[in-house]
Design a protein around this ligand. Structure first.
Ligand code: NDP
Ligand code: MG
Ligand code: MG
Length: 341
């Protein structure tokens, strides 16, 4: 059984007694910085020259500085820029300004796990990774709740790395929901695998194939869109609430029987072997190398794949159909108002 942490397991005064620099003010950065500030932590947001986010952070009442200035005064440096820029950012702007005993905190283990960042021996290296997008991390905190986090320590130079990590996790609201103890290796490899094999890669491909099979057989794209994409959310919500079992309990017996007989036919054992291949490429660093090499070259492969994905006919159908939903809704409310007048 995994080790779990809640608010009572952490001491807020640990992080409240330190100077924290949050580097980046995007999805995670804004949420961490604002939640830390509201938990009484001394936080400075470090942004690059000419950053488009500086005004936003200042408007929200945060201290903003250059990355060099934010880092040089900090006991804890939180690296919340995109994974593919962290290596260069660390080498050029963070490392030269870093206090010898500063803690480095990440929200994803990518750069440490694959060796793109190799901090000196004096630094605690910790991870507090919310299991949700940044905007939810902020919204939940504001409503008195939190998004669950996973917490890890890669290097414990001071002997107090866990205290710092848990205190930070509490300050951003994560331990209100719960924290799970993990390692950088486990977090990185399972995160990449989950998004590639199931959540993003697997699901996107499954939906596209379903849409292609129906439309190629002559069914209307709008109807196909409803059956293979729109309804997916309802099914996933049920799984999220009560597992696959609750989803099967809720659907019709026809759907449930079809699930049992056709699921394994579509996702055959060969798919599991393919998943193992994906995992092997993650573990060996081959995926990371392909991603970073492409990013370093200006992301030609990434951009090409993105453009290709956007051209899939399901996107055109979806765009038109979703417009129709909002048109129908607007018309509905107009009708009500109109009849009252
Ligand atoms: P974002 O893409 O939202 O980060 C954008 C921020 O990074 C902006 O403030 C931007 O600066 C800054 N930035 C971008 N490039 C550079 C650069 N070259 N030098 C300096 N600053 C730069 O990142 P995320 O919040 O998505 O991800 C941050 C970390 O959190 C990653 O490690 C990610 O894996 C992890 N994570 C993300 C989750 C998510 O939901 N997004 C969930 C859990 C973990 P500017 O304002 O100047 O443009
Ligand atoms: Mg991820
Ligand atoms: Mg149906």
């Amino acid at each position: 059984m995994a080790e779990l942490y809640y608010d009572d397991d952490a001491d807020l005064s640990v992080i409240a007694g330190k100077k924290v620099a949050v580097i980046g003010y995007g999805s995670q950065g804004h949420a961490h910085a604002l939640n830390l500030r509201d938990s009484g932590v001394d936080v400075t947001v470090g942004l690059r020259e000419g950053s488009s986010s500086a005004a936003k952070a200042k408007d929200q009442g945060l201290q903003v500085a250059s990355i060099a200035d934010a880092v040089s005064g900090a006991d804890v440096v939180v690296i919340l820029a995109p994974d593919q820029v962290q290596r260069t950012l660390y080498a050029q702007d963070i490392e030269p300004n870093l206090k010898a005993d500063a803690t480095l905190l990440f929200a994803h283990g990518f750069n440490i796990r694959f060796g793109y960042i190799k901090p000196a021996a004096g630094h605690d290296i910790v991870m507090v990774a919310p299991k949700g997008p940044g905007h939810l991390v902020r919204r939940e905190y504001e409503s008195g709740r939190g998004v669950p986090v996973i917490v890890a320590v890669e290097q414990d130079a001071t002997g107090t790395a866990w205290d710092t990590a848990l205190s930070y996790a509490k300050a951003i609201g994560g331990l209100r929901a719960g924290g799970i103890k993990t390692t950088f290796t486990e977090e990185t490899e399972t995160d990449l695998f989950g998004e590639q094999a199931v959540l993003c890669g697997g699901t996107s491909q499954l939906v596209q194939y379903g849409f292609e099979v129906l439309t190629e057989a002559g069914y209307q794209p709008e109807v196909a869109y409803f059956e293979v994409l729109h309804e997916l959310k309802l099914i996933v919500d049920l799984m999220w609430e009560g597992g696959i079992a609750k989803q099967r309990w809720s659907i019709s017996d026809t759907a449930e029987y079809g699930d049992y007989v056709s699921g394994p036919r579509v996702i055959s054992p060969e798919v599991k072997e393919n998943m193992k291949g994906v995992l092997a490429d993650i573990q060996s660093g081959a995926f990371a190398d392909r991603f970073i090499t492409d990013q370093d070259a200006g992301a030609p492969e990434f951009k090409e794949l993105r453009a290709k994905g956007e051209q899939h006919p399901i996107e055109t159908t979806g765009r038109e159909l979703r417009k129709l939903f909002s048109w129908v809704e607007t018309k509905d409310s107009d009708y009500t108002e109109g009849s009252a007048a």
